[in-house]
Design a protein around this ligand. Structure first.
Ligand code: PLP
Length: 370
């Protein structure tokens, strides 16, 4: 019988995720599996929690990786914090803000939203007005909108949230590990992320953190959390001091995350962020040098996800296919209204290196016949 895994090639992952995985993380994933209640594993779990607090800049005790991808982190935040009828405000400027609205709606929340043009950031002034007019239980926003490449002003919105009863919920799936996230300073109460972007670990875990205020909302619920698997009180019974079995932790994925966080802290978060910014600058310069136009205005661009218009008259899908087959490079296409119009070029985590940018730009030039 043919083993398909023998045909898996090394691809330079420059799409919207997953990103390239460093050899040390692959090595960590293949270490011997031990029991998920083994005392040595418990030590590893404690370190993972500590390193996550470090990278999120939070002192929250409840800071853990959930089993599941970034969407599990999103779902966990809403399912634990929303009770039917709660007024929730979602700030939307792309696919992932829309997904938040869908998740909150399914839970019976009374969902209100502010929508901003895709490719532009959330405008804090409009949020401030909304917060003056209505009292919300939750306000949610995506920090780095992967569908457009826009960085949202999470710190500024956090200032508006100060002193408010509402829980401030932020998606950092694409930002964590690639640019600064300051959970406590930005007044964020609930935050989630994913391993497969700037953390440079394969997809499979969703780091999450809840502030004391978020935990108080969870503990004060009148109704049970409607999802057993993502019930944070049950999960924390395992990740906290009690170590009570809830579900079998994905042991080797957690080795991978441990190693990925270890590498970021060893290199130094500031240096990692600078590497992302510098790679982004070289990429933009190269793209503009070819006459291509970026979707997002310079001040709001994400370093780790670059959205550029594909040239008129060019079959953008054919370009992506050739990059993949001939040059072993993956980039992403557009989503929603941007489908067929843009390419999304990721510079996430281990991918964010100038040599990768140079290889991509050379391949794109050849493909476009420039
Ligand atoms: N939020 C953002 C901003 C994302 O970019 C993604 C994935 O691309 C998700 C949430 C969902 O994460 P996942 O696909 O890992 O479930």
């Amino acid at each position: 019988m043919k083993n398909l895994l023998e045909g898996v090639e090394e691809i330079l992952l420059m799409g919207p995720g997953p990103s390239c995985v460093p050899p040390e993380v692959y090595a960590a994933l293949s270490r011997k599996t031990i029991g998920h209640l083994d005392p040595y594993f418990l030590e590893i779990m404690e370190e993972v929690k500590m390193m996550l607090r470090n990278i999120m800049n939070t002192r929250n005790e409840v800071t853990i990786p959930l089993s599941g991808t970034g969407s599990a982190g999103m779902e966990a935040c809403f399912v634990n914090l929303v009770e039917p009828g709660d007024r929730v405000l979602i700030l939307i400027n792309g696919v992932f803000g829309q997904r938040m609205r869908e998740v909150a709606t399914r839970l019976g929340a009374s969902v209100d939203f502010l929508e901003f043009t895709w490719g532009t950031p959330v405008i804090p002034k409009e949020v401030a007005q909304k917060l003056r007019d209505t009292s919300y239980r939750i306000v949610a926003v995506v920090h780095a909108e992967t569908s457009t490449g826009v960085l949202n002003p999470v710190a500024e919105i956090g200032t508006l949230m100060k002193g408010k009863d509402a829980i401030y919920l932020v998606d950092t799936v694409t930002s964590l590990g690639g640019s600064e996230v300051r959970m406590d300073d930005w007044n964020i109460d609930a935050l989630y992320s994913g391993t497969q972007k700037c953390l440079s670990c394969p997809p499979g875990l969703a780091p999450l953190s809840f502030s004391e205020k978020a935990m108080a909302k969870l503990n004060g619920r009148k109704t049970k959390v409607p999802n057993w698997y993502l019930d944070l009180s049950l999960i924390y019974n395992y990740w906290g001091k009690n170590r009570v079995y809830h579900h079998t932790a994905p042991v080797n994925m957690l080795y991978g995350l441990y190693q990925a966080l270890y590498l970021i802290l060893q290199e130094g978060p500031e240096k990692v962020f600078a590497r992302h910014r510098e790679s982004h600058e070289v990429l933009v310069e190269g793209l503009e040098g070819m006459g291509l136009k970026m979707l997002v205005d310079a001040p709001y661009r994400l370093p780790m996800l670059n959205t550029v218009f594909s040239p008129q008259g060019i079959d953008e899908l054919a370009v992506r296919k050739r990059l993949r087959s001939e040059f072993k490079i993956e980039i992403g296409g557009g989503l929603g209204p941007l489908a067929g119009k843009v390419w999304r070029i990721g510079l996430m985590g281990h991918t964010a290196r100038k040599e990768n940018v140079a290889r991509f730009l050379a391949a794109l030039k050849t493909t476009l016949g420039k």
